[in-house]
Design a protein around this ligand. Structure first.
Ligand code: GTP
Ligand code: MG
Length: 202
């Protein structure tokens, strides 16, 4: 898919403040620092669209980016970040869970997983929550430039084995590196297909 335009629309602390127009949207979620904001920049080709940081806990609100004037990419705060006051962390998570469960035009989430890490409890529990709530999602293994192909394969195998303990099938899975722009076409094609498959509700 060709990205003709990408612009920041707004930063919303809660679902209530999210843009009123219900264009199809795709959210990016995962542990803090996994690369959600960086992936949005890589997909759009605008390197400074979403704010990124080497320090976890950068994105703290629900951020809407309008693509091709017709659909949204949504940058969400990360979970599993300890160095923020528990109270404010709970508030974001509440807002994010409310968004995930109740945003009518959310087509699918991308759950980002750091390909260097073994399966993390917070990711496993989060994907189970999505399953229980019937929220469609795809997995993206990020930062693949940081490990060899064989290390990547064994990491993914561990993740898949862990998932098969609870799931009968695996979700759609992508691999990304913002460093060498890998995964871009695959993810954009998936988004395009998802939009094309929608009924005329939008
Ligand atoms: P929060 O907003 O804090 O939840 O983090 P985030 O998930 O949005 O992560 P962000 O995109 O800010 O990236 C965190 C760090 O990882 C930054 O230093 C990025 O440059 C780096 N990073 C992200 N993706 C990649 C990647 O594919 N390869 C490499 N080498 N570094 C990456
Ligand atoms: Mg971020």
């Amino acid at each position: 898919m060709l990205i003709r335009s990408a612009r920041f629309i707004k930063s919303s602390p809660t679902l209530k403040e999210c843009p009123a127009d219900l264009k199809p949207e795709f959210g990016f979620i995962g542990r803090s620092n996994v690369g959600k904001s960086s992936l949005i920049n890589m997909l759009t080709g605008w390197s400074r669209l979403a704010k990124t940081s080497g320090h976890p806990g950068k994105t703290r609100t629900i951020n809407h980016f309008l693509i091709n004037e017709s659909w949204y990419l949504v940058d969400l705060p990360g979970y599993g970040y300890a160095r923020v006051a528990a109270r404010s962390r709970e508030d974001w998570m509440k807002a994010v869970l409310d968004y995930i469960n109740n945003r009518e035009n959310l087509i699918s989430l991308f759950v980002l997983l750091d390909s260097r890490l073994s399966p993390q409890k917070s990711d496993i529990e989060f994907m189970e929550f999505l399953g229980e709530n019937q929220v469609p999602f795809a997995r993206v293994f990020t930062k693949t430039d940081k490990l060899s192909l064989s290390a990547l394969k064994s990491s993914v195998k561990m993740h898949d084995t862990e998932m098969f303990r609870k799931w009968e099938t695996l979700p759609v899975t992508f691999f990304s590196s913002v460093k060498n722009k890998s995964g871009r076409e695959e993810i954009l094609n998936y988004i395009e297909e998802s939009i094309n498959n929608l009924s005329n509700n939008f």
